[in-house]
Design a protein. Structure first.
Length: 691
């Protein structure tokens, strides 16, 4: 826009991070020239992480896809020729129409959190695929296990107010690394420390967060549920309990007391790899802190076979000590349940056309490799990928790659960059960045909604998800008016207007681009009970689990792959692998850009000296990490940051940018969690050797 004056546009960070920052975009002459955190938004407080602070390098990257293309080489080669939007849309519509005539469930959408906006991630896309009658996607890959375990205990994904965390005197940072993945929440934890709080990090890896805490406990991966049970046993045995809170606001305590009696610290010690005395002392410290404690847990600890129950066990702890009584105390997994999102209006499941002839079918995204190769009745004949990069991020990566390599699979990928998955597309569509479309955002790390307004005209021929689905709906002859709603209209309808939490939300978002939910200040959601469970109480005995014929009480659900629980497998593959987020990547976002690739250097594997020595491995050696599912290569980092018996490979690297064309998901399993059908990324035994 030649001659345009300088202006500031309000925006939202779209990425899969609990902080969901409010941003200000400076635009001059139609070009964005600066991105900064909104200083007037209390949680963002004017700061952005190092990735998003350089967001314009992503927006204006010379790697951006700017035009529709069609495949001209073999699948996986990544060779394409430019076509028009008309040709691309006509091709997709023709394929979808032909497949749907036989069985529309043979078409599968595949998406996750490439953008977290309600419009671009869960609006028009859901309406379109519902109307088409396509298979439904169970979006499980990150948080479904922990979310399930939390909800059957507490009722919904609501927890302590992170802005009040400075009230806590003891903070357990459990399976979380907020220095890297929750920077703005970390600010409030550090304020608590400055006021005298003691910070304890529970993580198999000595993370950047662990190094800043007063104590680091390094349990074996996937043993968190056992640790929480042992803590409960000590709390009960030593009467470190808030009996008044238990009596008024919980159900099932007598059964819980009987259940946890056998789960002593001595029982948990071999499962967790922690000394029994250390477990007992942790429980005593937690019980003594009482209502002045906070557990900040995250979804890393739910990515194993017992992940749902592990989160459930932890969620029971603050109700035993009465920690919910005080603002900023209790526990925090996610704040997303505070937002009164009108999912029915956004997604319109009622548009599904023929549930009698074609009963709805759901595919679990965590088993996409298996389903592309084995699903029947009907087999998957077409897949439309947006907001995700499954060839890099989905577990059991070699099967995922083989599934996408099927020549008879019609694959559409709508993306900003030519990802690993894009290389397998038949039609490749250019997507807009956050600066080029309209959206509205909730969050899972605070209680502010954030609006996103387009700052610049879409680059090249890029289009937002919502617009592509509107165009496809028109080509397929769909008539329902909701399939053609504007982005602005969908954003305006995203929240239930009659919910008191949304009172005043719309005008505030319009005025300044962010708004706090209409919640009390200070906010202590369960100070007087009010849990959103069937009983209205914290459910040690869960009615929902009982109704599903599942164990209604906290329990020990072991990992599938660990030395204590699967010694035969551990004899072949003795090292437990975890793959936490690399500091310079966000899943696979940013992982192709020069600045962030330079920051990470190359794929790494951290290994303890006691494990490196018998394998004759030295710092800097190339190593082969392998099991029966596959292998990948990395550079060894010999360090005591990781405990013996555990190796850590910060992830996720694009396969084609890795030295051997593989990444850590070559060895992960597509087995599912106990609750919620989640992925088991951190339930993985491997061996490490020289190539």
């Amino acid at each position: 826009m030649a001659g345009e004056e300088r202006r500031i546009v309000r925006a939202a960070c779209p990425h899969d991070c609990p902080d969901t920052c409010a941003m200000e975009i400076t635009v001059e002459g139609g070009r964005a020239v600066k991105v900064r955190g909104a200083a007037d938004m209390p949680f963002t407080n004017g700061a952005l992480c190092t990735k998003v602070a350089h967001y314009l390098e992503r927006v204006y990257s010379d790697q951006r896809l700017l035009h529709p293309m069609k495949r001209v080489g073999r699948k996986g080669e990544g060779r394409f020729a430019r076509i028009t939007w008309d040709e691309a849309l006509d091709t997709i519509a023709e394929k979808f129409r032909a497949i749907a005539a036989d069985d529309p469930r043979a078409i599968l959408p595949y998406s996750y959190a490439g953008t977290m906006g309600l419009v671009q991630s869960s609006g028009m896309d859901r309406r379109f695929f519902h109307r088409l009658g396509a298979s439904l996607l169970d979006r499980t890959i990150c948080s479904s296990a922990g979310g399930y375990g939390w909800k059957v205990t507490v009722g919904t994904t609501v927890g302590a107010d992170p802005e009040s965390a400075a009230n806590a005197r003891l903070i357990l940072i459990w399976g979380a690394n907020p220095v890297v993945s929750n920077l703005h929440g970390w600010r409030h934890l550090m304020e608590a420390k400055r006021r005298g709080a003691r910070l304890v990090c529970i993580d198999p890896w000595r993370t950047q967060t662990a190094e800043k805490c007063d104590l680091h406990l390094a349990p074996l991966p996937s043993s968190d549920g056992a640790l929480a049970l042992a803590m409960m046993q000590v709390l009960v045995a030593e009467n470190l309990l808030d009996h008044d809170y238990i009596a008024r606001h919980t159900v099932g305590f007598s059964e819980l007391r009987e259940r946890v009696g056998a789960f002593t610290p001595e029982w948990a010690a071999p499962l967790t790899g922690l000394p029994a005395d250390a477990i007992r002392q942790l429980a005593r410290d937690y019980g003594t802190a009482g209502q002045d404690s906070l557990i900040r847990l995250n979804y890393g600890l739910n990515r194993h076979a017992g992940g749902g129950m592990a989160v459930r066990n932890i969620a029971c702890l603050p109700a035993l000590t009465g920690a919910w009584r005080k603002p900023g105390c209790g526990a925090l997994l996610s704040t997303s349940g505070n937002f009164p999102v009108d999912a029915h209006t956004l997604e319109r499941p009622d548009l599904y056309p023929d549930p009698v002839r074609f009963p709805p079918r759901t595919i679990n995204m965590s088993t996409i490799g298996r389903d592309l190769l084995e699903a029947a009745d009907p087999p998957i004949r077409a897949i439309y990928v947006y907001n995700s990069n499954p060839v890099a991020v989905a577990p059991d990566g070699n099967r995922v790659r083989d599934g996408f390599a099927r020549e008879d699979l019609f694959c559409v990928v709508h993306e900003l960059f030519q990802t690993d998955t894009a290389d397998y597309a038949d039609i490749l569509l250019p997507a807009t960045s956050q600066l080029e479309h309209h959206d509205v955002h909730t969050t899972y790390g605070h209680v502010y909604a954030v609006a996103n307004r387009p700052a610049i005209t879409p680059l090249g021929e890029a289009k937002p998800n919502s617009e592509v689905f509107r165009l496809l709906a028109r080509r397929l002859g769909f008539a329902d008016e909701s399939l053609f709603d504007s982005d602005e209209a969908m954003a305006a309808a995203a929240f239930r207007g009659n919910d008191p939490r949304a009172h005043g939300l719309a005008p505030a978002l319009a005025e300044r681009g962010w708004a706090r939910l209409n919640l009390p200040r200070p906010f202590a959601p369960f100070a007087e009970g009010g849990f959103r469970t069937p009983s209205g109480k914290c459910e040690f005995h869960s009615r929902r689990l009982a109704d599903a014929d599942l164990d209604p009480l906290p329990a020990w659900h072991p990992p599938r792959e660990s030395a204590p629980t699967n010694p035969a497998l551990a004899a072949r593959y003795p090292l437990a692998l975890i793959t936490p987020p690399a500091r310079h990547f966000l899943n696979t976002s940013f992982a192709n850009l020069p600045r962030f690739l330079a920051g990470e250097g190359s794929p790494k594997l951290e290994i303890h000296p006691q494990d490196a020595a018998p394998r004759a491995l030295a710092d800097g050696d190339e190593v082969r990490i392998h099991n029966a599912r596959g292998e990948f290569r990395a550079t060894a980092v010999v360090t005591d940051r990781v405990r013996p018996g555990v190796v850590v490979s910060p992830s996720i690297w694009w396969r084609k940018l890795s030295p051997d064309g593989q990444n850590a998901n070559a060895v992960t399993s597509d087995a599912l969690t106990d609750l919620g059908g989640g992925a088991c990324f951190y339930d993985c035994l491997v061996e490490v050797a020289r190539p």
